[in-house]
Design a binder for this molecule. Structure first.
Ligand SMILES: [Zn+2]
Length: 209
């Protein structure tokens, strides 16, 4: 159950922003997920209110937004509706954040909800119905430091550390097309890693590499 203060905060924000929030506390997808769920949900609530782009704002009129992700490192999958009837489903956002945790350390961070909206938009533009394969989501500073020393393509101030980036490929789709969709959207950062066959998306300013 949400504590009284948390509940009051939710209600106040809902009134202030005119948005209702779904907090389905009955779902149990991952065994170690329950203890971290409340913090993840509150974090998701905060990130979901920050304006990002007009392209993503258009998605708020959709009846529902669904994502299917497969984490290549943990082999966990998720098929969830994270937006429905004009509101984010905080529990779904928390589950997505858990799936995208730093698999090397087990550290979990609330992912930027707008990243999921961006992924949905990319899927739509690609007409993709397949599950999206995740190479990397959240990276702790420790993990990012280790990767950066071994690989010049890893930025020391990566958006992965902020929970605002994801590296993906989509089975059956050309990763170059995936990158091109990101470039046309002109939303956030878009990276293309041809040799490793994945594309990077983040919710920072528009840029590409
Ligand atoms: Zn990346």
């Amino acid at each position: 159950m949400l504590c009284v203060a948390c509940h009051a905060l939710l209600v106040a924000l809902q009134i202030f922003w005119g948005i209702r929030i779904t907090a389905d506390l009955s779902m149990r997808t991952f065994p170690r997920f329950r203890a971290q769920r409340r913090n993840l949900m509150l974090g998701a609530l905060a990130s979901s209110f920050v304006p990002f782009s007009q392209a993503l704002a258009g998605l708020t009129t959709y009846p529902e937004l669904r994502l299917k992700l497969y984490n290549l490192h943990t082999t966990e999958t998720i098929d969830t509706v994270f937006w429905q009837e004009g509101q984010y489903n905080l529990d779904a956002l928390a589950q997505l954040s858990y799936l995208l945790r730093d698999h090397r350390t087990g550290a979990v961070k609330t992912m930027d909800a707008r990243l999921f909206s961006l992924l949905y938009l990319v899927n739509t533009k690609l007409n993709n119905k397949n599950t999206v394969s995740v190479i990397s989501g959240y990276r702790s500073a420790e993990t990012n430091r280790k990767l950066a020393t071994r690989n010049s393509g890893v930025a020391s101030n990566s958006y992965h550390i902020k929970g605002r980036a994801i590296d993906i490929r989509i089975p059956g789709k050309d990763t170059k097309n995936l990158r091109d969709v990101g470039l046309k959207l002109r939303v956030g950062g878009v990276g293309y890693y041809e040799r490793s066959n994945f594309a990077h998306f983040d919710t920072g300013p528009y840029r590409h590499w």
